[in-house]
Design a protein around this ligand. Structure first.
Ligand SMILES: Cc1ncc(COP(=O)(O)O)c(C=O)c1O
Length: 353
């Protein structure tokens, strides 16, 4: 009963308006048409259980990234993998460490495993490696790091991730949540493949919900040391990934052109939204994901609740992120060109009055 249920991004607005939903970091471009076709083709086989080992998908991921398929574990969204890691490695009297504005599932997964969540202050909305290491004790079983982080959109460079790993005891697992890594265009960024390949206590989680546009199918994967993959394969449900999800995931990975289009779209509109919103006098945390965090003043009439209400009246749904310790912020997912222009126009009108 200590767990506050995760509240998903809203999807409806009053007045029968067609909503512009920019509340869950979904891609405005949708999935690859090839993934949709692969999904539909599964409709003829729904009586059969899926391949419990998700072999075709693990093979495709292994090919795509040059990985060992035996160390890949697929899940019902990366949420499931986060939960499985907590259930397998954390119990009463044990702790997980994550950053103050880190992804909410880390806390929920820890509490549901009977463990103690230990949030660590960030510096300028960014993970602070020294602060994290200062909170690690022999009770720390997992350190979760979303890189880039949701909802702040900030990241730490690979050198800092390595330093974090180096400072951890060998029996503390570092979980690198790279849900948004496909969007990142930074030379000093690494999703975590190399650390997983070269250490025994790093796991990287990934998702098909964001850039691949398959959030409805619930599909994620983890790259793990062999011993961790072995544990996750023991505790997961035997058919935790559905056959349509496996088929769509394989096709999505093969459509590199679609991925490139999605990256190019974000490369164009992320800076545009950031600049245009800042021009209105609203502070924006620089993001490398497919979303931006906007900070509103506490001033009555210009505060976050008023902004949210104003946007909703025009059918625009962003995300309140008070549950992440950011009570004055709204998070906006980068949308289509039209979505982005409408949000900026609506915010301009809001700031004028
Ligand atoms: C940082 C981060 N990790 C994991 C997830 C979960 O993604 P999924 O369970 O859809 O794979 C999200 C989704 O919002 C996220 O933002």
């Amino acid at each position: 009963m200590d767990i506050s249920p995760y509240v998903p991004g809203e999807s409806e607005v009053a007045g029968g308006l067609k909503p512009i939903k920019l509340s869950s970091n979904e891609t405005p471009l949708g999935p690859s048409p090839k993934a949709i076709a692969a999904y539909k083709a599964q409709a003829d086989h729904l009586a059969l259980y899926p391949d419990g080992g998700a072999t075709a998908l693990r093979n495709a991921i292994a090919r795509h990234y040059g990985l060992n398929r035996d160390r890949i574990v697929c899940g019902c969204g990366s949420d499931e993998l986060i939960n499985l890691l907590a259930h397998a490695y954390v119990g009463p009297g044990e702790e997980t460490v994550y950053t103050e504005h880190g992804f909410l599932m880390y806390k929920i997964a820890t509490l549901s495993s009977g463990g103690t969540p230990v949030p660590v202050p960030e510096k300028g909305y960014r993970a602070d490696v020294d602060a994290i290491l200062a909170r690690v004790t022999p009770r720390t079983k997992l350190v979760f790091l979303a890189n880039p982080n949701n909802p702040t959109g900030t990241y730490i460079p690979h050198g800092e991730v390595r330093r974090l790993h180096k400072g951890l005891p060998g029996d503390t697992l570092l979980v690198l949540d790279a849900a948004y890594s496909e969007y990142v265009r930074r030379n000093d960024y690494e999703a975590g493949l190399e650390l997983v390949a070269t250490t025994e206590n790093t796991v990287m989680t990934r998702t098909f919900s964001k850039i691949y546009g398959l959030a409805a199918l619930r599909l994620g994967w983890a790259y793990c040391p062999a011993a961790v993959a072995d544990v996750l394969n023991r505790v997961r449900g035997p058919f935790n990934v559905t056959a349509p999800a496996i088929a769509a995931g394989v096709a999505a990975l093969e459509d590199r052109a679609h991925l490139e289009t999605a990256v190019a779209h974000n490369d164009k509109w992320l800076p545009w939204v950031t600049t245009e919103v800042e021009k209105l006098g609203i502070e924006v945390t620089p993001s490398i994901g497919n979303f931006v965090l906007m900070h509103f003043p506490a001033t009555k009439g210009k505060d976050v609740a008023s902004a949210d209400e104003h946007l909703k009246k025009q059918g625009i749904i962003l995300r309140r992120v008070a549950a992440y310790g950011l009570p004055n912020c709204l998070r906006m997912t980068i949308g289509t060109e039209d979505d982005n222009r409408r949000v900026v126009a609506a915010l301009a009108e809001f700031m004028k009055h």
